[in-house]
Write a protein that binds this ligand. Structure first.
Ligand SMILES: Nc1nc2c(ncn2[C@@H]2O[C@H](COP(=O)(O)OP(=O)(O)OP(=O)(O)O)[C@@H](O)[C@H]2O)c(=O)[nH]1
Ligand SMILES: [Mg+2]
Length: 316
């Protein structure tokens, strides 16, 4: 009996359902992808500059002044820069959320609150849309998929405030730390600083992205290990071009020479970009939905249930 049933299910000839991958691909390509990143860190570490470097055009005012008499342009509010990138027919909307730096106040208590609130607000907006009676077929996703955390290139250790902020962030979003303005450290200093930071993160019990799960295959696990060995990425940003061998490149001039931010021998900007847009884009999106958003969602729904349970019922 059992054999007959199996026989029936087995397709007599090719029916073509293997085209489902192409069908899904077509649908996804038409819709495009949305990827949302936030930059967080102490003031003046080059957050706005790095966004400009990623988009390779002057989109956000950084503190960098092109002329001596220009005013200092500090980021004073949370703002999003958005760009649609198309490669081989694939549409990616990349949104980068710039945030004002913190840490220069006398009292820095709770200075991270607006950033955490912003990230939670996006979860909350998504949940509201999900719960409405007439749901959109496709919900515009503003949930933050990755927080790039800027570390001061002191070479010493993390500041207590950075530890608090990274801890708070890691509860709601995928956190990826970077050593800001890495051109101020030598290669040896960068490596020693990286190791110090990694050890401190372990000591402080801060669990950062990427996370290994049972679903990952050998290749993906290896890729995650490589990323963990690179983190924190030592990055350099620049809003200007410099001429190297007659060719204009994104770079900075300093005492020791010229730094080409796109050159892997000079800094790890390209590694960070590859990680974000090539190797981990889909996983960052998925982890956001399955871990961070899911935790937020169940917390909210439980709170709703508790609230309705404690409300007095209708009179008997
Ligand atoms: N040496 C060096 N300087 C940088 C780098 N990135 C940015 N800067 C400079 O640092 C200053 C501050 O850069 P911003 O991008 O405005 O810093 P920010 O983190 O956005 O600052 P807030 O908006 O106040 O939080 C500018 O003068 C930049 O030119 C870098 O990688 N290396
Ligand atoms: Mg800024």
């Amino acid at each position: 009996m059992a054999t007959a049933a199996v026989e029936e299910i087995r397709a007599p000839s090719y029916v073509g359902f293997d085209s489902i991958t192409r069908q899904i691909e077509h649908k996804l390509l038409k819709r495009g992808f949305q990827f949302n990143v936030i930059v967080v860190g102490q003031t003046g570490l080059g957050k706005s500059t790095l966004i400009n470097t990623i988009f390779a055009s002057h989109l956000i005012d950084s503190k960098g002044r092109l002329e001596a008499d220009e005013p200092v342009r500090q980021t004073t509010e949370i703002q999003t820069v958005s760009h649609v990138i198309v490669e081989n027919g694939v549409r990616l909307r990349l949104n980068i959320v710039d945030t004002p730096g913190y840490g220069d106040q006398v009292n820095n208590e709770d200075c991270w609150d607006p950033i955490i609130k912003y990230i939670k607000d996006q979860h909350s907006a998504y949940l509201r849309k999900e719960l409405t009676a007439k749901r959109d077929r496709y919900i515009q996703d503003t949930r933050i998929h990755c927080a790039i955390f800027f570390i001061n290139p002191t070479g010493h250790s993390l500041r207590p405030i950075d530890i608090i902020v990274m801890k708070k962030l890691s509860e709601v979003v995928n956190v990826v730390p970077v050593i800001a303005k890495a051109d101020s450290l030598t290669f040896e200093e960068r490596e020693a600083f990286k190791q110090k930071i990694r050890a401190e993160l372990v000591y402080q019990n801060i669990r950062l992205y990427p996370f290994d799960t049972d679903e990952l295959d050998e290749e993906e696990l290896q890729l995650n290990e490589q990323i963990r060995n690179l983190i924190p990425f030592a990055v350099v940003g620049s809003e200007r071009n410099v001429i190297i061998d007659g060719v204009p490149v994104r770079g900075r001039k300093n005492r020791w020479g010229v730094i080409n931010v796109e050159d892997e021998k000079h800094c790890e900007f390209v590694y960070l970009r590859n990680f974000l847009t090539r190797t981990h884009l889909q996983d960052l999106i998925e982890t956001t939905a399955q871990i961070h958003y899911e935790a937020f969602r169940s917390q909210q729904l439980l709170a709703l249930k508790d609230a309705s349970a404690s409300r007095p019922g209708p009179p008997a």
